[in-house]
Write a protein that binds this ligand. Structure first.
Ligand code: OGA
Ligand code: MN
Length: 288
């Protein structure tokens, strides 16, 4: 395959041309993509058609695959595939109906958050030719680098608490979705402490890790100061100049590096508009 990486205009993301994800990649091609993944944080592949097996083979070039704690949303034959969907079968969600309504970085509530995730678009809602259910990615590195140096210094050594329950509490408070975790799932996801700013394992670049979905508070600060600082950092990451907005087409594969990104699902559709994506999630290390 003659792969070509075409960076987007902004600070994050690139399109990969000439790739056919249904085929095996040679080692040099895998390495090119691994390097581009660290460098551009988000890689977009258009017009793909893959079976679950082919999708998993491609995903494994980047690391081991996670099995998500919310087992009710796993693909029935392939638990390495997490289903993101609003579709109901027999009155039950076939995948997580919460595509990611708050800015977050996947699995940042685990001691070892995922290194990256890959989504494959199977059904995408639209209204009158307008694509719905876009996803935004923010470069938390560009957002961090644009902060005044005194602010960077003051947050560099701070730590914060991250929890999955935080996200579900917010969804319930906003009265959008009620996702109940079993006691076993809760026991598997105790809250964890990570730095506020993390370092990329390959490039050494630093970026903001605290995110609206999973961060509850910054350690060692009074509650009001913690909240004010978190809101300031979240707003910094979400600025237009640091984000890429993806308008999905069926057959798109988007992979991202969770280390220096946050993402947000735009929930502007509802049944009978159907949305279905398959996600694989690549294991990662403890943030530092
Ligand atoms: C995810 C996620 C966003 C979307 O799968 O991790 O946040 O728009 N999805 O589906
Ligand atoms: Mn996500």
């Amino acid at each position: 395959m003659a792969l070509q990486i075409q960076p987007f205009d902004g600070v994050i993301g690139a399109e990969v041309l000439g790739a056919d994800l249904s085929q095996a990649f040679a080692e040099a091609e895998q390495q090119l993509l691994i390097d581009a993944w660290s460098k551009y944080s988000v890689l977009v592949f258009r017009d793909q058609m893959v079976t679950p097996e082919q999708f998993m083979r491609f995903s494994r070039y980047f690391g081991d695959l996670e099995i998500h704690v919310l087992e009710q949303y796993l693909h029935r034959e392939h638990p390495e595939i997490f289903v993101v969907s609003n579709i109901l079968e027999d009155g039950k969600n076939i995948g997580t109906p919460d595509a990611g309504r708050y800015w977050h970085t996947d699995l940042s509530y685990l001691a070892e958050p995922s290194r990256g995730s890959i989504l494959y678009a199977i059904e995408i809602p639209e209204d009158d030719g307008k694509t719905l259910g876009n996803t935004l990615w923010a470069s938390t590195a560009a957002a961090y680098e644009a902060l005044p140096s005194a602010t960077r210094d003051s947050i560099d050594t701070l730590k914060a608490e991250y929890s999955l329950g935080n996200r579900f509490n917010k969804l319930a408070e906003d009265d959008t979705q009620h996702i109940e975790m079993t006691d076993e799932q809760k026991a598997k996801t105790p809250s964890v402490i990570h730095p506020v700013v993390r370092t990329h394992p390959v490039t050494g670049r630093r970026g903001i890790l605290v995110n609206e979905g999973h961060t509850t508070h910054i350690q060692g600060l009074p509650a009001d100061e913690s909240r004010a600082l978190l809101e300031k950092l979240w707003a910094q990451c979400a600025k237009d100049e640091f984000t890429y907005r993806h308008e999905w087409q069926v057959g798109d594969v988007v992979m991202w590096d969770n280390t220096l990104t946050q993402h947000l699902a735009i929930c502007d559709y509802a049944l009978p508009q159907r949305r279905l994506l398959h996600r694989t999630t690549i294991t990662g290390d403890r943030p530092h």
